[in-house]
Write a protein that binds this ligand. Structure first.
Ligand code: NAD
Ligand code: DAU
Length: 380
């Protein structure tokens, strides 16, 4: 069990990072938590606003590529753990603009590792320390329908610039453990969903579009498969790894819920039909939603050009983390989708605010450069 009680959480203003910071501050209120986040389009300080003012929590606006900043945070705040969520995380953006993925995901992770090595090992500040890298199942590449799910032994075969940048970071983390003796762990996780997800990913986008009567873009045939994990379960899995995982270890975290994209979107539509259909208040607020007019939300589904290099299927085998660390996801997909829809309905100001400005400009630029291959059927 770890003795570390002071943590640098990078990317803590993003989707999973902010859920994790809330989770950790709830579970371990005596731990010190310092969030370092560059507040890119995907970072939102509002997601952490309820923690502002708490004695053990602080926020630093900065970049993980700034090694001297990271070193001084580790030193001055006596931090013994790093959990690295900071990343460019959207596959479509890595296709239209891979540079930022190389910079943050590869160079940024390397700078964090160097800072940790210098302060914890060379200067000898922390004999007990931990560098945890939050990675993805996408490093393993794509599965066919009948292939067994990814185990930790599956070879790395990343397909997109995003996945390749995450794979590179994992290799760097592993090399720092092997070569320098830095105490590291890695978790490779499947598709997350839940509160505070930037509405460019499939579930958030679907919810935010169906309430406004906007098109629901489905790439290609809609038969690609993802393994969905409620974000709180991901946080529990990382907790298990931080507290009981072996240094040098890699742990797969998955939800055990494989769905085709079209099945998933259909479920969200059915759920919204039911919830909005039963609420005059929601019907008044979302008058543009088909559900407010007695029409199924699935009428908004539009098949659009496929994502270039689109991975077919992800599925994660969690038997290792289950056996070693006693991890199992606790939220089934029905409950998780219902809770997520409720969260977006109750937090309209959060997602309306993040959907203006830079996000909207990016969507618009996708239309402007439309070359039929960029998965750009998203509504403006
Ligand atoms: P996100 O895009 O919602 O958030 C990323 C956060 O990192 C943002 O707050 C952003 O401001 C910050 N950031 C970006 N560049 C930075 C930099 N250079 N310095 C400091 N901060 C920076 O991402 P997410 O979906 O929460 O994913 C978090 C991590 O989990 C990522 O490493 C991602 O690869 C991994 N992951 C995500 C999923 C998923 O389904 N979302 C699944 C598996 C793994
Ligand atoms: O598997 C883990 C990964 O899951 C994470 O590492 C990534 O950070 C995260 O973004 C996610 O990647 P995906 O590409 O699987 O997620 P996304 O929500 O972008 O897409 C899910 C599926 O839905 C995928 O097959 C593409 C499809 N899709 C997506 C969007 C945004 C659509 O059909 N229409 C859409 O509008």
């Amino acid at each position: 069990m770890t003795k570390i009680r002071s943590w640098l959480i990078t990317g803590g203003a993003g989707f999973i990072g902010s859920n994790f910071v809330h989770y950790w501050c709830r579970q371990y209120p005596n731990d010190k938590v310092v969030v370092l986040d560059a507040l890119t389009y995907a970072g939102n300080r509002n997601s952490l606003v309820t923690l502002e003012g708490q004695a053990n929590y602080s926020f630093v606006h900065g970049d993980i590529t700034d090694q001297s900043l990271v070193e001084s945070l580790l030193r001055d705040q006596q931090l013994g753990g790093i959990v690295n969520f900071a990343a460019e995380s959207h596959v479509d953006r890595s296709i239209t603009g891979p540079d930022a993925f190389v910079s943050t995901n590869i160079v940024g992770t390397h700078r964090l590792l160097e800072a940790a090595r210098k302060v914890w090992l060379t200067e000898g500040m922390a004999s007990d320390h931990r560098f945890h890298q939050v990675s993805t199942d996408e490093v393993y590449g794509s599965l066919g329908n009948d292939d067994p799910a990814f185990t930790e032994e599956h070879s790395y075969q990343p397909s997109s610039p995003y996945a390749a940048s995450k794979a590179s970071a994992d290799h760097l983390v592993r090399s720092y453990q092997h070569t320098f003796g830095l105490q590291t762990t890695i978790s490779n996780c499947s598709n997350n969903y839940g509160p505070y997800q930037f509405p460019e990913k499939l579930i958030g986008l679907t919810i935010c579009n169906l309430v406004r009567g906007k098109a629901l873009p489905i790439y290609g045939t809609g038969k690609n498969i993802r393994d969905w994990l409620f974000v709180e379960d991901h946080c529990r899995g990382i907790d298990r790894v931080l507290r009981a995982g072996q240094s040098g270890g890699t742990y797969n975290i998955g939800g055990g819920t494989e769905l085709t994209n079209i099945e998933l979107v259909q479920r969200l539509c059915d759920l919204a039909d039911e919830v909005i259909g039963a609420s005059p208040e929601l019907q008044a607020r979302y008058s543009e939603s088909p559900a407010s007019k007695g029409v199924p939300c699935s009428s908004l589904i539009e098949y659009v050009s496929d994502r270039p290099g689109h991975d077919w299927r992800y599925a994660v085998d969690i038997s290792y983390i289950e056996r070693e660390l006693g991890y199992r996801p606790q939220t089934n997909i029905e409950q998780g989708l219902a809770d997520t829809l409720q969260w977006y309905l109750a937090n309209e100001s959060w997602w309306l605010a993040v959907m203006d400005g830079s996000y909207q400009q990016w969507i618009d630029s996708q239309y402007a450069t439309s070359d039929s291959s960029l998965g750009n059927g998203q509504p403006s």
